[in-house]
Design a protein around this ligand. Structure first.
Ligand SMILES: [Zn+2]
Length: 440
């Protein structure tokens, strides 16, 4: 830290037709946000915030636009390429190339308005390395929470990430190893899943309650949360009994179909365990893929959980087949399709998801003292979340980024198949690097 003249804080006032602080229904018309270095100093009516900012502050005006908290995607896999066989691609990709691809995907997420992600499974600690690079200003992307290698039995769901563990001693060892390597949370595969050939079926449990309780005990002792991947009803029930913090997928499947266990939903709600259904924009293709009956059940349970008071988390599972890194809004449109209001959907993708990730005091709302993670869009997303696609500015910890469309060949993610879809791949341009050496 150099000892020169006292550093003057960089102050920026963002103004817009409306500011959404986060909670559903709260709107500040003709509002403003004062950002000082990396944090939010004030939010409120434009006249008041402007007066507080003083004449020297920079100004960023969006007279028809909306300022809202940066979006939080609670379930991504930066190590997967969203192609038809991400597991094979991963196996064929070396660490250096994989890291570059992951950095490109992080940039795509940021360009689509996402300022925080929770990565729920990667190889070799690369997501943690990228997290640190973003935090230090060496890479452009959202804040990353990384789970490292998920716990799974030998040969079990996603064993190839490197987190195989069976029995108490191994489970304890792998949790502690992940924590030593800097994991922000622990992920455990309570049931099988789709991606892994030869592993347990998605409705079959991989661990019992004592196993899962040991994971929770070890993680909580270190102040870390536990995310349990669980499709099967039995696995969800075991994860809830063990006291995990979030349940991923929560498909509530059995060998013959689906369950609707009221008592389990009530227990999720009572314990405050959040559920991330982790469904991408691909939901629009479900009826063609799975038929109407299964689709109705897969998607209908989201409203069913909300009605029972279960905390919901927004997430895309970005990286698995059909789940891209540049369309979080397409995933949020599912909630709108299910009857959630746009305001409730925005609250879910900001306030609620940040809180479920343990970041309520850092991000997810526009309030004094929180990190300046902001999204500025041209229109009014309280009418339709589709307006979240028309991005004017993304701010991460005070650093502004202006998304612009570029031809796919310029995209940072070189591993992405060319012309996979016709829309131009968005990239971000760092307008000015203001992550100063004094920021935390
Ligand atoms: Zn996943």
């Amino acid at each position: 830290m150099s000892r020169g003249a006292p550093r003057t804080a960089r102050r920026t006032v963002l103004t817009a037709a409306r500011v959404l602080p986060g909670p559903a229904g709260e709107v500040i018309h003709d509002g403003a946000v004062l950002v000082e270095d990396t944090v939010i100093r004030a939010v409120g009516p434009r006249s008041e915030v402007d007066a507080l900012a003083g004449p020297d502050a920079e100004r960023s005006g969006h007279p028809d636009g909306t300022i809202l908290p940066g979006l939080v995607d609670g379930h991504v896999h930066l190590a997967f390429d969203a192609g038809p066989d991400p597991v094979a691609t991963l196996a064929a990709t070396g660490d250096d190339e994989l890291y570059r691809a992951m950095a490109g995907r992080a940039a795509q997420l940021l360009a689509s308005g996402v300022t925080t992600v929770r990565d729920l499974g990667d190889r070799g600690g690369l997501a943690g390395r990228l997290r640190d690079a973003v935090a230090a200003g060496r890479a452009v992307g959202p804040r990353i929470l990384s789970a490292g290698a998920p716990l799974t039995p030998p040969g079990g769901h996603c064993w190839f990430f490197g987190g195989e563990a069976q029995g108490g001693a191994q489970i304890r060892d792998v949790v502690r190893r992940n924590l030593r390597l800097g994991a922000d949370l622990i992920k455990v595969m309570a049931t099988g899943g789709h991606l892994t050939a030869g592993g347990a079926s998605m409705w079959e449990s991989q661990y019992d309650v004592p196993d899962l309780a040991l994971v929770v005990e070890e993680a909580h002792r270190a102040g870390r949360r536990v995310a349990a991947h669980a499709h099967g009803t039995d696995g969800v029930r075991a994860a809830v009994a063990a006291g995990v913090d979030t349940v991923e997928h929560c498909t509530l499947a059995n060998a013959d179909g689906f369950d609707a266990p009221d008592e389990l939903a009530r227990e999720l709600a009572r314990k405050g365990i959040a559920v991330c259904t982790a469904i991408s924009a691909d939901w629009r293709n479900y009826a063609a893929k799975y038929g109407d009956r299964i689709t109705g059940r897969l998607l209908g349970r989201i409203g069913w959980l909300e009605e029972r008071g279960v905390r919901l988390v927004a997430g895309t599972d970005a990286g698995i087949p059909g789940a891209p890194f540049d369309d979080f809004v397409g995933s949020l449109e599912l909630f709108e399709h299910l009857g959630f209001t746009p305001s409730r959907t925005i609250e879910l993708a900001t306030v609620d998801t940040a809180a479920a990730l343990g970041l309520a005091e850092r991000t997810g709302r526009i309030a004094p003292g929180l990190d300046a993670d902001l999204l500025v869009v041209a229109g009014d997303p309280t009418r339709s979340v589709a307006a979240l696609r028309d991005i004017e500015l993304v701010v991460t910890r005070g650093t502004p980024h202006r998304p612009r469309s570029v031809p796919p060949q310029d995209a940072a993610d070189q591993s992405r198949p060319r012309a996979r879809n016709s829309s131009a791949v968005a990239a971000v341009e760092v307008r000015s690097a203001v992550v100063s050496s004094t920021s935390r």
